[in-house]
Design a protein around this ligand. Structure first.
Ligand code: GLN
Length: 491
């Protein structure tokens, strides 16, 4: 079996059928990560217990146990997910030595289905960023061109997956952090409907927007991972009670009868890189050829999506990040003696040392938006417009099943290019944030290549809980993708 090309089904079938051991598979990816990752910086930490965990899985298989649909599939986990006994930093100095006493629900469910954990993946600090340059553990590089960013905030997941330094990864998406890096690195990234996947044990950024999802090599692997990850969790009251479909078994590439919407606001082309435009056009031609009907839809309030998002995300983060005070856990500033140090000095020094520049910017912006006198003008207003935009999406989905659009305005940009201009960085998210604001499922499917040899994804968005339709459209596009199954070897 060529492990660089093997699907989850291939690996799990071979491991469960004792044709290869989970230990051998894990060792293959672990060694690869150890050897190649220094060039990418996609891992914050490798799991030194990975091989032992794989061996215990093998022992259970020898005893005749069925260890699950992802038997022996090695995953890298974004460092936002709590992993029992394994450091979880959220890319921040303030959590640099935090070892959680429990697993997040996502990790628990992956483990229960047979996954082994190779290590924890790099990310923007607290998932705030679009380029993976804000991590306290250094920037991640794009494996297709190491002078370029992998996209953020799940840049470690995207880079590691693209170069197969693990077989699968998970990321989180608050405003595009699964889809954008998936597009920049040529992998499949899915953000399901808000409420499909439990947020329990995921470091909180902006709770009304955060959602986890798979970042993997194929749509089938994404479908299979979703089956494992999705579903009600009593520890997260926002999770849905709905039945989780057998996504992977229902995949079909025939799009007859499917209506694909092109959003007027996203298709005007202004500011869109020519290679992205070409890729989206090729995707439209492909879905048409596969039987889909193209219709025009409009969601006018997406014009305000970026300001709405940055007001809401910053407000919620300022509240969520108040817990990092150096008292209960995480980084604590050192003082010669605590005599004469008041609580305010203690907080200031601890938080001043522990948080990076971008996180501080968001906390300040959010605190301002939530302060009395400004709450109604900013946070509340943004929430009201959010609701109206969601209604407009409901109307748009009366006319179509899926909305097809670009993921980003350009292919991966160069490291250092936008990091000193926050506004330019925020505008990267123009096509992705409205999906989170409306709670919709969205995905990025690798489809085209830029003239400079960088992958470009296409974004598909569906109505709430319509992941199956979205995955099917993604599956259809994947068949004609020019990025499919190519592992970059440039670094
Ligand atoms: N780039 C956006 C931000 O910085 C989205 C991040 C995310 O989805 N986690 O907030």
């Amino acid at each position: 079996m060529d492990l660089l090309k093997a699907s989850f089904k291939d690996i799990a079938g071979a491991v469960q059928g004792k044709k290869v051991s989970a230990r051998e598979v894990t060792k293959f990816f672990f060694d690869r990560a150890e050897k190649l990752d220094p060039k990418l910086n996609s891992y914050i930490q490798l799991n030194d217990k990975a091989l032992d965990e794989a061996s215990s899985l093998d022992a259970r298989i020898v005893k005749g146990e069925n260890v699950g649909p992802l038997a022996g599939v090695p995953f890298g986990i974004k460092d936002m997910f709590c992993t029992k006994g394994l450091k979880t930093t959220a890319g921040s100095k303030i959590l640099a030595n935090f070892v959680p006493p429990y697993d997040s629900t996502v990790v628990e469910r992956l483990k229960k289905s047979g996954v082994t954990i190779i290590g924890k993946l790099n990310q923007d600090e607290f998932a705030m960023g679009s380029s993976n340059e804000t991590s306290a553990f250094g920037a991640v590089k794009n494996p297709w061109n190491t002078d370029c960013v992998p996209g953020g905030s799940s840049g470690g997941s995207a880079a590691a997956q693209a170069s197969r330094l693990c077989a699968g990864t998970v990321g989180t998406d608050t405003g595009g952090s699964i889809r954008q890096p998936a597009s920049f690195c040529g992998i499949v990234g899915v953000k399901p409907t808000y409420g499909r996947i439990s947020r329990y044990g995921i470091v909180a950024y902006a709770s009304s927007l955060d959602q986890a999802g798979p970042m993997v090599s194929t749509v089938e692997d994404a479908a299979l991972s979703l089956e494992v990850m999705c579903g009600h969790d009593e520890r997260d009251a926002t999770t849905s009670q709905r039945q989780v479909p057998r996504f992977s078994q229902n995949l079909k590439e025939d799009l007859k009868g499917l209506k694909i919407g092109l959003m007027k606001e996203y298709m005007t082309g202004s500011g869109l890189h020519a290679d992205v435009q070409k890729t989206v056009q090729a995707a439209i031609d492909t879905v048409k050829a596969r039987g889909a009907e193209i219709v025009e839809v409009s969601v006018p309030l997406t014009e305000y999506a970026v300001p709405m998002y940055y007001l809401i995300a910053a407000s919620e983060c300022s509240s969520n990040l108040a817990r990092y005070d150096g008292v209960k856990y995480g980084h604590r500033a050192q003082f010669e003696s605590l005599g004469g140090v008041d609580l305010e000095d203690f907080y200031k020094k601890t938080r001043g040392e522990g948080f990076g520049k971008e996180v501080k910017r968001r906390i300040m912006l959010g605190t301002y938006c939530l302060s009395s006198g400004y709450y109604d003008a900013y946070y509340n207003k943004a929430c009201q417009v959010r609701r109206l935009m969601r209604n407009q999406y409901d109307d748009a989905f009366k006319k179509c099943d899926i909305i097809l659009s670009p993921v980003t305005t350009s292919p991966a940009f160069r490291l250092g290019d936008r990091i000193s201009d926050p506004l330019a960085m925020y505008l990267n998210d123009i096509f992705t944030v409205s999906t989170n604001l409306a709670g919709l499922p969205g995905m990025s499917v690798p489809f085209g290549m830029s003239a400079d040899g960088l992958p470009i994804g296409v974004q598909l968005t569906a109505h709430h809980f319509e992941e199956q339709k979205m995955l099917n459209a993604g599956f259809a596009l994947e068949q004609s993708s020019s990025v499919k199954a190519k592992v970059p070897h440039v670094y």
